[in-house]
Design a protein around this ligand. Structure first.
Ligand code: PMP
Length: 433
């Protein structure tokens, strides 16, 4: 039977019978989404939901220019990237043009996991070493190597107890609820640098340090001032490479900055990007220096069948064009600032809101039972997400504690829709749970 003609309960049963149930899904009783338009999703009953969650679909759903470009390219040519065609060259040039000069060489892949996996292999080849430093409560992917450096407990409840010996983790530099809070958070950087120097002195200098330059799993929280400069310095002293995982934060979403690392005023050796780069199409990239990229040859050659294919390259180019032509980074800045101020105003009236994290359209609302002991309001967060769905808004909990509303909508979000979200959140918080 055609899936769309199947009653909802039957379709869920068929999903669980045919699709791996270990994969998590949104909602116990999910709306059946049939189509999307801009920052809205529409279910099979014709009900529209405001999509506050879809950090992959940066341009918005159903973008006609992207659909047109992809359709045209499919009819013309799609093949693997061993052939010679213009789009892969143009995309590589356009990507490096967004980055500071030494980052001039591109590898094209199909996902964030692949990009980070490749970044690690590049660092291993460059240094001839194995050890990697990552920060706790992060997620970098599901492959063997990227899973090893992911210590988010949402990913694996015994994440810290099950790391291979080559993985070294640093405390999550969380300025809201970590060991150093508020102004004290500047201590994370020097302490992390000290830990890296100790590792090096102990004969295990890192091949790489990897982290999100703007802390995604905390709900979109900036790293403390000076954090990456201090850590990058210690890693470079040890001869290691600094990898910026921009898979979630890149690019344009912060509004004020195109890339997350710009906020910390550092220059990574390797940048990884995916999600937004393809607006939902499987596309990712690793961008690094020519000399670092060349050393990868010691591993053999690099090839990805669909990475950088003509269709994928056209997707990547069109996404960059639309971000520029529709002023989406600027929209993220202005609508994001408006939304943030509305959320802060809600925090004045609702005790449950402990903090509003983030910049642009990379925001998180952290819900706590008590503003002094910061007890995560886990059940409340889940109940509020359910109620918001009834009210026509899609949003989900994030962070290791699942007490942060993850607010990372398509970058075409309008001021009116931002207001609708804030109004509905106000309703849900006022009603209680
Ligand atoms: N890094 C970060 C920071 C991510 O958020 C994700 C995806 N959640 C990944 C890597 C993995 O990307 P993908 O799902 O495309 O493999």
């Amino acid at each position: 039977a055609v899936a769309e003609e199947t009653p909802p309960g039957d379709l869920l049963r068929r999903r669980d019978a045919s699709f791996a149930t270990v994969q998590e899904h949104y909602y116990a009783d999910p709306p059946r989404i049939e189509r999307g338009w801009r920052h809205h999703l529409v279910d099979t009953e014709g009900r529209a939901y405001l999509d506050m969650l879809n950090n992959v679909t940066v341009l918005g759903h159903g973008h006609p220019r992207l659909a047109e470009a992809v359709g045209r390219q499919w009819r013309l040519l799609n093949t693997n990237s061993r052939f010679h065609y213009g789009a892969v060259v143009e995309l590589s040039e356009r990507l490096t043009a967004t980055l500071p000069e030494p980052l001039d060489t591109v590898f094209l892949v199909n996902s964030g996991t692949e990009a980070n996996d490749l970044a690690l292999r590049i660092a291993w080849a460059w240094t001839g070493r194995r050890d990697v430093v990552a920060i706790r409560e992060a997620y970098h992917g599901w492959s063997d190597a990227t899973d090893a450096i992911s210590t988010s407990v949402a990913d694996n409840p015994d994440a810290l107890g099950t790391r291979p010996a080559w993985v070294h983790t640093l405390p999550a530099p969380n300025a809201y609820r970590g060991t150093h809070r508020g102004a004290d958070a500047v201590r994370y950087g020097p302490e992390a640098a000290g830990a890296i120097r100790e590792l090096t002195a102990g004969g295990r200098p890192p091949a790489a340090f990897i982290c999100e330059p703007y802390y995604g799993n905390a709900g979109g929280m900036p790293l403390p001032d000076g954090y990456l400069p201090a850590v990058y310095e210690a890693v470079r002293e040890a001869g290691g490479l600094c990898v910026a995982d921009e898979v979630q934060v890149g690019y344009g979403r912060l509004g004020e900055w195109f890339w997350g690392f710009e906020q910390q005023e550092v220059l990574p050796d390797i940048v990884t990007v995916a999600k937004a780069m393809g607006n939902g199409h499987p596309l990712g990239a690793v961008i690094t220096r020519r000399d670092i990229a060349e050393r990868y040859r010691s591993q053999g050659y690099f090839f990805s069948s669909a990475g950088g294919s003509p269709v994928s390259s056209v997707v990547g180019l069109t996404v960059l064009d639309v971000i520029r032509d529709e002023g989406l980074q600027e929209n993220a800045r202005t609508v994001g600032a408006h939304l943030r101020s509305r959320l802060l105003e809600l925090a004045d009236r609702h005790e449950l809101i402990g903090a509003v994290h983030g910049t642009g359209l990379y925001l998180g609302v952290e819900l706590v039972r008590d503003r002094r002991d910061l007890t995560p309001a886990v059940e409340e967060t889940a109940a509020i997400c359910e109620r918001l769905r009834e009210l026509g808004v899609i949003v989900q909990p994030t962070s290791d504690r699942l007490c942060v509303l993850k607010i990372k909508p398509p970058l075409c979000l309008t001021r009116e829709s931002a207001d609708f979200f804030a109004d509905m959140l106000d309703v849900a918080l006022t009603e209680g749970w």
